[in-house]
Design a protein around this ligand. Structure first.
Ligand code: F6R
Length: 612
């Protein structure tokens, strides 16, 4: 949510800032801006996308600057609210929310500062300017101001005539890049993808760190004011991301690329079990054998698509391991009065590892005495991974499209491994059963590849959806969360209002909505609930509803007037949700294409929700 890039180097850093923002645009795309020091300040801002800022920046040369792509929190998307925000000769870019900005603003107004935006960020700029009156040096001033800010933030600050960039973080991601080769220099960004163009050597800042970057050096001070040894106290990580991982290649959209990458993403995630016939709990970390063995129940915390993965996992964990499992939306759990259970395993699921609500919910669970925490996450050094005692890293590769796809299916693979591990520890699996589950998992990439081959038929269906206002998605059992996920995908990228329901719930209310203008999409695998589901579908057909059914090759669901059926190549038992979500992703994607919406950057949304 919002992206920051900062650079100080002997080379012209303007193209570096623009390229970095382009890579970070998925984090927010309401406006973009940059501040260049030459040594006086030039600020450029645009309400549109980074491409428009790039046009404005043509011909600019600088060796020192900061840049930002915004997802609006305080103040509408407009040029006056676009970052950087300035006060006198200094400029600030900011990711996050300053919760005490109103009282700080009052104080600053009383002190004679005038505001030219509606943002909380401008408060930071004026506060640093004000602090500089009594404090020598930008670094020290930023440290003092950071101590006064309440909320989550990552900031980068530059000042006229200074040759340094000062950055600080608390609760929002920020990393440093150490320049390599003859161009050298030092850099900072919200995530590694922005800096791969110049370096692979990264330092992840901790909460409370304040750092100063010059062309030749960096220094870091921690939250307690202690000067750190670098790299001793903050190790240098060699990023293993390849530039290709964040390129679109031959695809039209990142979402399309990420849907089609799912076989490789699953294979990479499952690589760590290799050809093993039996699972070791160490897969989840060195402390896992003891922590998982002692777990009497499971609490899953997540948001959005990751929450849907958790809902599928509940069916698996209860069925296979016989352990009670509850799944909660992180933003609800963190604020409700719940009954803590120290023996419960807390599982946080997050693609980005930075989702503010999920992170806060883990901290909340820990504060309640629940120390058995496991992160299932796609980003190794993320805040949620670092917060949890145990971890399983999915290997989906960077997910750039705002609508999550490959992260979801790899989360499901990880959660299935967890369910099998818990089942084994509970003594509920014979070696043959365990081997069969592992075999099914290993075959998933091939099975998903076959489902992707249905794209032409799904594309044809999409043309029938594009003019609809609403849609219902139905599923039963462990495919009910897949119906929820299908509805979420459709609404977020095509803006068609969609709801997911357990099919048995239809007659308790939503059936009233069904008529010829309400398409009903049903996930109908050939499982024990198929006959029940078919009765539910009859109820829809009897009310004139148009049905679109994703069945299995052997599901006895017949195509007839008003009932369209597409068959997945094989029935996949417990892992069937991993297959059945794929056509729903494709359906949303192609519907959005027909409607001409911005598939990768749907309106009002951003990837990586680092604010509440
Ligand atoms: C939907 C989507 C979001 C995220 C949610 C949680 O397509 O991407 O609903 O799933 O914001 O994000 P993570 O998994 O990064 O915690």
């Amino acid at each position: 949510m919002c992206g920051i890039v900062a650079a100080v180097a002997a080379r012209n850093i303007v193209p570096v800032l623009i390229e970095g923002l382009t890579k970070l645009e998925y984090r927010g795309y309401d406006s973009a801006g940059l501040a260049l020091l030459n040594p006086t300040l030039t600020r450029l801002r645009s309400v549109g996308r980074v491409g428009e800022l790039a046009v404005q920046a043509e011909g600019q040369v600088a060796h020192h600057g900061i840049a930002h792509t915004r997802w609006a929190t305080h103040g509408v998307p407009s040029e006056r609210n676009a970052h950087p925000h300035v006060s006198g000769g200094l400029a600030v870019v900011h990711n996050g929310i300053i919760e005490n900005y109103a009282e700080l603003k009052q104080e600053l107004i009383a002190g004679g500062y005038a505001f030219s935006s509606d943002t909380d960020t401008e408060v930071i700029a004026h506060l640093i300017q004000h602090t500089l009156k009594s404090t020598p040096g930008l670094f020290e001033a930023v440290r003092l101001v950071a101590a006064r800010l309440v909320g989550a933030y990552a900031i980068a600050v530059v000042q006229e005539w200074s040759d340094a960039i000062v950055v600080a973080r608390h609760g929002a991601p920020l990393l440093l890049g150490l320049g390599q080769g003859e161009n050298g220099g030092n850099y900072a960004a919200s995530d590694a993808s922005a800096l791969l163009q110049v370096t692979r050597r990264m330092i992840y800042l901790e909460d409370g760190d304040v750092a100063e970057l010059t062309r030749a050096a960096i220094r870091i001070v921690d939250a307690g004011g202690t000067a750190l040894n670098v790299p001793g106290d903050r190790p240098v990580h060699e990023s293993t991301l390849s530039a290709d991982d964040v390129e679109m290649g031959d695809y039209q959209h990142y979402m399309q690329k990420e849907i089609f990458e799912q076989p490789q993403a699953l294979a990479a995630t499952l690589e760590m079990i290799g050809g093993a016939q039996t699972l070791s709990p160490n897969l989840f970390g060195v402390a896992a054998p003891e922590m998982l063995r002692g777990a009497r129940s499971v609490l899953i915390l997540a948001c959005g698509t990751s929450y849907h993965a958790g809902l599928v996992a509940r069916y698996w964990i209860e069925q296979l391991a016989g352990i009670a499992c509850s799944v909660e939306i992180a933003s609800e759990y963190r604020y409700r009065v719940s009954v803590p259970n120290p023996e419960q395993l807390v599982v946080a699921i997050s693609q980005s590892g930075e989702t503010a609500d999920t992170l806060a919910s883990v901290k909340h669970a820990k504060a309640l005495g629940m120390g058995r925490t496991l992160a299932i996450c796609n980003v190794p050094e993320s805040a949620i991974v670092r917060e949890c005692a145990l971890r399983f890293l999915t290997r989906a590769g960077p997910e750039i499209g705002v609508a999550s796809t490959k992260a979801f299916t790899t989360q499901l693979a990880a959660l299935f491994l967890l369910a099998v591990t818990l089942a084994k520890q509970a003594g509920r699996l014979t070696p043959e059963q365990e081997g069969a589950h592992l075999k099914a998992l290993r075959h998933l990439p091939v099975a998903v590849q076959k489902v992707l081959a249905l794209e032409p038929e799904i594309r044809a269906w999409a043309t029938q959806f594009a003019d609809k206002q609403h849609a219902l998605f139905l599923g039963r059992g462990h495919h009910y969360p897949i119906a929820l996920e299908g509805a979420l995908k459709l609404k977020e990228i095509s803006y068609i209002h969609a709801e997911g329901y357990p099919a048995g719930e239809l007659k308790h209310g939503p059936l009233a909505l069904v008529d010829k203008d309400m398409p009903v999409i049903s996930v109908a695998p050939n499982d024990a609930l198929l006959e029940k589901l078919k009765s539910n579908l009859k109820e829809v057909a009897a009310r004139g509803g148009e049905l679109y059914v994703f069945a299995d090759a052997d599901s006895a669901v017949d195509q007839e007037a008003g009932v369209h059926v597409l068959r997945l190549p094989e029935h996949y038992g417990l892992l069937s949700p991993v297959l059945h979500v794929v056509p729903l992703q494709l359906l949303s994607y192609h519907t959005a294409l027909v409607k001409g919406t911005d598939v990768d950057k749907p309106r009002n949304l951003a990837k990586s929700v680092t604010v509440e």
